[in-house]
Each structure stands twice: as C-alpha cells, then as structure tokens.
Design a protein around this ligand. Structure first.
Ligand code: CA
Length: 401
C-alpha cells in the first residue's frame, strides 16, 4: 500500500513536470538579458522563481545542467537575440500557469522580489527597473538590473558626452541625462541628409527640430535633385480641410505623410537664418506633372503677418508666385490682403499670401476633378486658367548647398 502511494506521488510529480515541460519552446535560448543564473535547480522551482520576480520576463532552462536563467526581456521584444540551442528550452512569463503565481508576486510593482511577511505580501527592491529614466535622451542600454551595477553611455545628440548611472540600493538609477542636449541638431530634412548619409533616397516622415523648443514630424523628400527637401505643403486628395483659421495655419495641421501644412511659425524658423530655395511640384488630373523652383524663399514672423519673400523662378509651369512676393498671409479669419472691402481668403476659399487676390491658391478648395474654378487649388500660369490640381507639394532646402 505504501509502495502504491509512493508510486502515485512519483507519477503525480512526473505529470506536473511533464506539463510544465510542454509549455517550453524546445531548442531555444534568449541571449543577453539574464538577471540571474541558478544551478542546480529543478524546472518547476525555476519557473516559480520567475513568477515571483516581477522583472523576470522569460526563462531559459538547461535540462542537462539543471540550470535556470531568468531574463528581464523576452523573445517577442527581442527576436534578434534568440538562438537555436539544443541544450536549452525557453518559456515566456505570460505562458507561466496561474498556479505558479501567488498573491505576493502579483502585488509587486515593476521591479523587486516579493516575500510573504506576517502582515501580508511585501515587495523588496532588489534591482533597478529595466526601463532607464535616461532612455529618452541617451543611448543607455540596461545590461544588468542588479544593485551596484554601473552603466556607461552617451547622449543621443552629442555622442562625445559620456555619462554614468548606478543602480542604487533603493532600487533606482542615478540619472544624468539633464546635461544632454534636448534635441537633435537636425533642424530640417537637409540636415538629416548631411549628417546621416544613409537617409539618401529614403523619402519619409522625419522628426525635425527647427529650434530647441520646436519639434515637428515632416515629410522629407530625400530623392528629388539630390534630396534634402523639407515638405511644407502637401495635398494628395480632398480628405483634409484646408479652409482653416489663422491659428491653425500658424501651428500647422494635417498628417505629414498625407495632406498637411507645416505651420507658419515653423516656416519662419526654417527660412529666417539660412537662405532657402523653394520647389513647387504639381500634378494635373490628366496625370501631367510640372515644377517651379525659386532660388529665394523666406517667410517673416507673425508680427510681419508671415510676409512672403520669393524670387528667382525657374521651371515649366509658369511663375504664379511672383505676384504674391512681399504679401502678408491671410486666412478666413484674418484679412491682410490688398483687396479693399472684402477678404480674398473668404472669396477664394483658401489661405495664402493674397495680393488682390491671386495667381496661385494651393491651399484652396480641393475639387476632385479638373474644374476651372478660382476657389480651387490652382496655379494660374501653368495653363493660364483656374484649373484645380490633383496633387500639390511645396518643399524647401538651403539654397547654397
Ligand atoms: Ca481685403
């Protein structure tokens, strides 16, 4: 009878063990994130250790060595760190069965260990968080979360500044990123092209910092005529309303990978220091494309009403901007145009550097067909008419490159 009982206990243990084995992924190991290595230890105890330790995100287990590796990250977040290793099996925290957790480990915050004290579960900080407080401004990589660890790293935007951070006994990192520059030096798309040659040919949305306090997601054309163009206006369809207020044009609106206006304050920041050139690219509903380039382009600050300076036309669509040179910007709620008695913006349904009133109206009404209408998004001197356009793009880059 006693033997029978013993046998059934052994069988039971075997079954439980087999159950947990089945949850592991075979011949797999996550490398580079180990918090702790424990050996010799059984597989169930190993899984229990992980469950108890909230910063444990996954487990590598070596059956032959009875060796348990607790990792603070997992294969889902770091697929490149997964190796195929016949000696190991691998399990992620979210696959650990509920019975391995107790009230204690469920109650701990983001790092540390939990003990069942007489008064109830108690969290003890035995390590620092995997997410470092300097992560936003530095290239810090947390290689170990144990107390006493010192990490060495550099600022993201000034790699010559070396910083250190130590995991203190209270389970927090000493942080030093406040000395780092707060933004990248890339004030426009051309700076990306100049500083990172691998961006050449890669059109897309980049984050620029026109000054320290301003950041914008913009579309960079890194292809046309050598690239480095910051797109300031883009229209591809009628899904975005461009009949907007002064403040909306001041701040900018839309989606930088689709229809958008970069914002007049940013336009001023981008054109106030270095001379800029402007390129206008248009497409008719017939599919015909054309362009205009201006060797000089600048926009004043808000107190000048974003006054336009533009000259030096070259291109195949006629010069429809020279008429607007020197004009102030007008919107439906702010009339700064030369037409007395009424608002060009309201009459022609746009926002532009209206004179009295326009030879171009690229922020005008999107018609969806080639309609001859002065309210539309048009460029008069291309075909000497008010034909609405299918796509429009305005983009700038430093003139002296
Ligand atoms: Ca007026």
């Amino acid at each position: 009878m006693a033997i029978f009982k013993l046998l059934s206990i052994i069988l039971l243990i075997y079954n439980v063990e087999a159950g947990i084995y089945d949850l592991f992924k075979p011949e797999m190991r996550l490398v580079g994130f180990v918090i702790e290595k424990i050996s010799p230890i059984g597989i169930q105890m190993c899984v229990k250790k992980c469950a108890k330790r909230v910063s444990c995100a996954s487990v590598n287990f070596n059956r032959a060595q009875m060796e348990c590796e607790l990792s603070y990250s997992d294969a889902t977040s770091n697929p490149a760190s997964v190796t195929s290793d016949p000696g190991y099996i691998y399990l992620e925290r979210n696959k650990i069965p509920q019975e391995y957790f107790d009230a204690c480990s469920a109650s701990c915050p983001t790092s540390g260990s939990c003990i069942n004290a007489a008064t109830g579960p108690k969290c003890i900080k035995t390590e620092c968080p995997v997410h470092h407080p300097d992560a936003n401004l530095t290239n810090v990589k947390v290689t170990s979360t144990s107390i006493g660890t010192t990490l060495s790293y550099t600022c993201l935007w000034n790699k010559s500044m070396t910083l250190n951070s130590t995991c203190k006994a209270d389970g927090s990192w000493t942080s030093s990123a406040s000395v780092c520059p707060t933004g990248p030096p890339e004030m426009d798309c051309f700076a990306f092209l100049k500083n990172h040659s691998n961006t050449s040919g890669h059109d897309g949305v980049y984050t620029i910092h026109p000054n320290k306090a301003t950041r914008r997601n913009v579309f960079c054309d890194m292809t046309t005529d050598g690239g480095g163009w910051t797109v300031i206006q883009n229209r591809v369809d009628g899904s975005t309303d461009f009949y907007r207020t002064w403040n909306e044009y001041k701040e900018g609106f839309g989606n930088s990978s689709h229809n958008y206006w970069i914002g007049n304050d940013v336009l001023h920041l981008l054109t106030k220091n270095e001379p800029q050139e402007l390129r206008v690219e248009l497409q008719r509903f017939s599919g015909e494309r054309g362009y205009a380039e201006y060797s000089t382009f600048a926009v004043g600050d808000e107190s000048s009403k974003y006054q336009l300076t533009v000259s030096g036309f070259e291109g195949n669509i006629g010069d429809s901007l020279v008429y607007h040179n020197g004009m102030k910007f007008s919107t439906r709620d702010q009339d700064n145009d030369k037409r007395s008695g009424s608002s060009c913006s309201q009459v022609w349904h746009g926002a532009w550097w209206y004179n009295a009133c326009h030879a171009s109206n690229l922020n005008g009404l999107y018609m969806g067909t080639a309609t001859n209408d002065s309210k539309s998004n048009l460029w008069y001197y291309w075909k000497n008419n008010f034909e609405s356009l299918q796509t429009t793009r305005m983009m700038i880059r430093p003139a002296n490159i």
